[in-house]
Design a binder for this molecule. Structure first.
Ligand code: KG4
Ligand code: ZN
Length: 355
C-alpha cells in the first residue's frame, strides 16, 4: 500500500509517500516546507501567520511528494488531526478531506504524537512490545507504555513546560536564537572543546547539579517517586544564575552545556526507572528533542549499562522533528487495521490525547 501522509500541525508544511508491506514501512518521498526562517525573527510561532503559509505551501508540497514517489495517486491518505494549532491543523485536514472525496480514497486520522512514535517504525520492522516511549517535543514530554500497535498508556508527563519548550525558553533567556534546542546543543558542544573552564566532575548521567566550572543547575524531580517531569523551574534557575553572574555572556557555552545536561539527566533517569518498573523489552525515543545528540548517546550508554537486555530504538535524525513520513508510517499501521475515518466525519482536535 502506498499512503500519502500530510502534516500541518505547527510550522512545517509536510507531505510524504510511504510504502507499507506487512510490518515494513519505507519512505518514497519526504517533503518539508519549514517556516522556521519566518519565525526566527519573532522567537516563536504566530498561529495566523503559520496557517496562511500552510495554505500557500500545501498543494506544491503534496505535488512534489507525489512526483518524487513517482505516483499520480496513492492508495490511502493519512493526515494529522491534532494535537496542534487549530488553524494550522485545519489546512491539512481540509486538504486531505477534499482529496479523499475527489479521489475516492480511504482516509486515516493520525495523532501527531503517535506520528512521532511511528518515526521509529520507518525501515525498522523488528520492534518488540511491550515498549516504553519517551516523547520529547516542543509541546509534550511523556512516558508512554505501548503494548501493541495503537495501544497506549501514558504513565507520566510534565507538570509544566515540555522539554523542547524549556530549551526554547532557555535560548530566549540567553538571547541565542530560535528554535532553542539545536542552538543550545551546538553551543554546549563548544563548552567541551574551546573553553578554559575545567569540568569539576566527570559529566556522567547522574551528576545531580554539577556542571562545568561553578555553574550548577538543578535536576528537577529526578528523585520523585513517580514518572512525572517539571522543566519550568530549570529555566527559572538558569535565569537567576545568569542574573547573579556579571560575566555570564562570556560563559554561554557553559550555561548551555549545564542546561542540556540537566535535562538529559532527568530524561534518562526517569526513562530507565519506568522501563525497569514495567519490564519493557524496548525503549523508543520520539519527538524533536530526540534529535539531541547527547540525549541519544547518553541514553544508549545508560541502557547498555543498566538494562542490557532492553533494545533502544531512535528515529533517524531526519524523522525526529516534524515531518509527514512519520504520519504516513502511523497511518499505514492504522490502515492495516482498517481504522479509517469517513471524509465527512474527520475534524481537527487541537487537544487530542494519545489513545
Ligand atoms: O517534534 P517537534 O519538531 O515539534 C513539536 O511537535 O513540538 O519538536 C520541536 C522541539 C523544539 O522545542 C526544538 O527546540 C526541539 O524540538 N529540538 C531540540 C533539538 N532539535 C529540535 N531540542 C534539543 N536538541 C536538539 N538537537
Ligand atoms: Zn512534533
Amino acid at each position: 500500500m502506498k499512503i500519502l501522509g500530510i502534516e500541518t500541525s505547527c510550522d512545517e508544511t509536510a507531505a510524504s509517500v510511504a510504502e507499507g508491506k506487512g510490518e515494513k514501512v519505507t519512505i518514497l518521498s519526504n517533503i518539508i516546507a519549514s517556516q522556521i526562517g519566518i519565525f526566527k525573527k519573532y522567537g516563536g510561532v504566530i498561529p495566523e501567520v503559520a496557517a496562511r503559509e500552510h495554505v500557500l505551501k500545501i498543494l506544491p508540497v503534496i505535488n512534489e511528494a507525489l512526483a518524487k514517489a513517482k505516483i499520480k495517486r496513492p492508495d490511502a491518505l493519512a493526515v494529522t488531526i491534532g494535537p496542534g494549532l487549530v488553524t494550522s491543523l485545519m489546512v491539512g485536514v481540509e486538504t486531505a478531506k477534499t482529496l479523499a472525496y475527489a479521489w475516492k480514497l480511504p482516509l486515516v486520522a493520525v495523532n501527531h504524537i503517535e506520528g512521532h512514535i511511528y518515526a521509529n517504525f520507518i525501515n525498522n520492522p523488528n520492534i518488540k512490545f511491550p515498549a516504553l516511549i519517551l516523547t520529547v517535543s516542543g509541546g509534550h514530554t511523556q512516558l508512554v507504555l505501548m503494548k501493541a500497535h495503537g495501544k497506549y498508556k501514558t504513565i507520566g508527563e510534565t507538570r509544566d513546560d515540555a522539554a523542547g519548550e524549556a530549551f526554547d525558553k532557555a535560548a530566549q533567556i540567553m538571547g541565542v536564537g530560535y528554535p532553542g534546542g539545536p542552538i543550545i546543543a551546538k553551543l554546549a558542544e563548544k563548552a567541551k572543546t574551546t573553553t578554559p573552564i575545567k569540568f569539576t566532575k566527570p559529566q556522567t548521567a547522574l551528576t545531580h547539579g554539577r556542571g562545568p566550572g561553578d555553574i550548577h543547575l538543578p535536576r528537577p524531580m529526578i528523585d520523585s517517586p513517580n514518572f512525572e517531569f517539571s522543566f519550568s523551574g530549570l529555566k527559572t534557575a538558569l535565569l537567576y544564575q545568569i542574573k547573579k553572574d556579571p560575566d555570564w555572556k562570556n560563559k554561554i557555552p557553559e550555561y548551555c552545556h549545564e542546561f542540556q545536561q540537566a535535562t538529559v539527566d532527568v530524561l534518562i533517569h526517569k526513562t530507565l526507572k519506568a522501563a525497569k518498573a514495567n519490564q519493557t523489552k524496548t525503549i523508543m525515543l520520539a519527538g524533536g528533542v530526540s534529535a539531541n545528540i547527547e540525549l541519544r548517546k547518553q541514553m544508549g550508554e545508560a541502557i547498555k549499562k543498566q538494562l542490557p537486555q532492553t533494545k533502544l530504538h531512535i528515529p533517524e535524525l531526519k524523522y525526529t522533528t516534524d515531518n509527514a513520513a512519520m504520519i504516513a508510517s502511523a497511518g499505514y499501521f492504522r490502515a492495516k487495521r482498517k481504522a479509517y475515518t469517513r471524509f465527512d466525519k474527520i475534524k481537527t482536535e487541537p487537544n487530542l490525547p494519545l489513545k
